[in-house]
Design a protein. Structure first.
Length: 393
């Protein structure tokens, strides 16, 4: 991944929003007040200087770059100082050569990591491959290779303070620590408890959600029950899940972007049954659904929709849990009569009705068009019955 080189004068002539966009692409954040333009400029210049020093020796003479049609061998990659970044996220890795076990050794700027040549071919998209002929002086110890792969399974692509042993990690981060994964900013929000660490994930100053590392060293996030081997995978899946949810929300409700100005520096809208209030205070935009601060109106709108998606996801999770206490009493064609265990109230559910507001008699469905706990209870009732029918067939 390459970036253009900016002079100090060029940066100073740009607007703050343009400078932030450049910094985001480079994965840098300023020290001190983020509203200060000079702090952003200093951070970009500092990163450019450090990167220039790293590649200075490599640019003294023109060198051929590998392609899938004309790839490097591991030896050629090591000799030329070949650098790559897998999937565009994580640290830049430099190939150093092969060890005695026949594993390819790469360095992430801090530590040496070992991978099989097959993994290197995958991670470099075929730009680095095995050497044409096997060197008889190197005998591959398959058992040692398997052990090294196992040891590297959890720690690959991770920084020192994100690395975890099987025992309770002794090098956990501090609350408030930050870390960049591509264009995403991670800020440590919790250490210890149900999870070893919890990180808030931001993109363009918008809070997307959180990723969590369990004590088993696997990662998860707020939009799925699945687990991931690395924080990079968890962050990317969180972002893609949110984008899919926002697109679904946009299709279902055109009112999602219609905000009415109700007073000076105050806008309100009801998005999918959720009241969203936006205020402008001291030049900063805020939303009632999160603590995030935004520099412009467009940014806070996106942040508000993300917050609505998170509230909806939380409500759906709560409804799913409450649905376990609801019993299906009667079933005829597409009509189901259900009863709650708390107040014994009965409702008729018609899950196939074309109008979402008519699929249940409860107020949550009639007035908001939401998938209520009664509909979820019917879905839970139908799934086991469908499995029985398939097994019987």
């Amino acid at each position: 991944m390459t970036h253009p080189i900016y002079t100090l004068q060029q940066l100073q002539e740009l607007k703050l929003g343009e400078i932030k966009a450049i910094a985001s692409r480079m994965g840098v954040a300023p020290e001190g007040d983020k509203r200060n333009k000079d702090n952003w400029v200093s951070a970009i210049v500092k990163r450019q200087n450090s990167q220039t020093q790293k590649i200075a020796t490599a640019t003294q003479a023109p060198q051929l770059q590998p392609t899938r049609e004309n790839p490097f061998t591991v030896e050629e990659a090591a000799k030329s100082g070949y650098v790559f970044s897998w999937a565009g996220v994580g640290n830049f890795l430099t190939i150093k050569g092969c060890n005695e076990q026949g594993m390819v050794v790469v360095n992430d700027g801090c530590d040496d990591l070992c991978f099989t040549i097959q993994r290197i071919e995958l991670m470099t998209y075929g730009e680095v491959v095995a050497k044409p002929q096997q060197n008889d002086e190197i005998v591959v110890d398959e058992q040692a290779v398997a052990q090294v792969e196992l040891d590297q399974y959890i720690e690959e692509q991770a920084d020192d303070y994100l690395f975890h042993d099987e025992q309770q990690p002794a090098n956990l981060p501090q609350i408030g620590d930050t870390h960049f994964i591509s264009d995403f900013l991670l800020r440590c929000a919790q250490v210890g408890g149900d999870y070893a660490t919890v990180w808030d994930v931001y993109k363009d100053d918008s809070l997307l959600g959180e990723v969590r590392m369990g004590w088993d060293t696997f990662w998860s996030h707020t939009m799925t029950l699945g687990t991931f081997a690395t924080p990079q995978e968890a962050v990317i899946d969180l972002y893609e899940s949110l984008q899919a949810l926002l697109e679904e929300q946009r299709i279902q409700s055109e009112e999602a972007i219609a905000f009415e100005k109700v007073a000076d520096n105050r806008w309100e809208s009801t998005v999918n049954g959720i009241l969203v209030r936006i205020t402008l205070e001291d030049g900063e935009y805020r939303c009632n659904l999160s603590d995030a601060v935004f520099a412009d109106y467009d940014g806070v709108i996106v942040g508000a929709l993300v917050a609505v998606a998170r509230v909806q996801e939380k409500r759906l999770s709560e409804r799913t849990e409450r649905a376990n206490t609801i019993q299906v009493l009667e079933h005829r064609d597409d009509k189901f009569v259900v009863q709650g265990s708390d107040n014994k109230s009965r409702y008729t559910v018609r899950p196939k009705h074309l109008d979402p507001n008519q699929r249940c008699e409860c107020a949550d469905c009639r007035h908001r068009g939401s998938k209520c706990k009664h509909q979820i209870a019917v879905e839970n009732f139908l799934n086991p019955n469908l499995e029985k029918e398939l097994l019987a067939a």
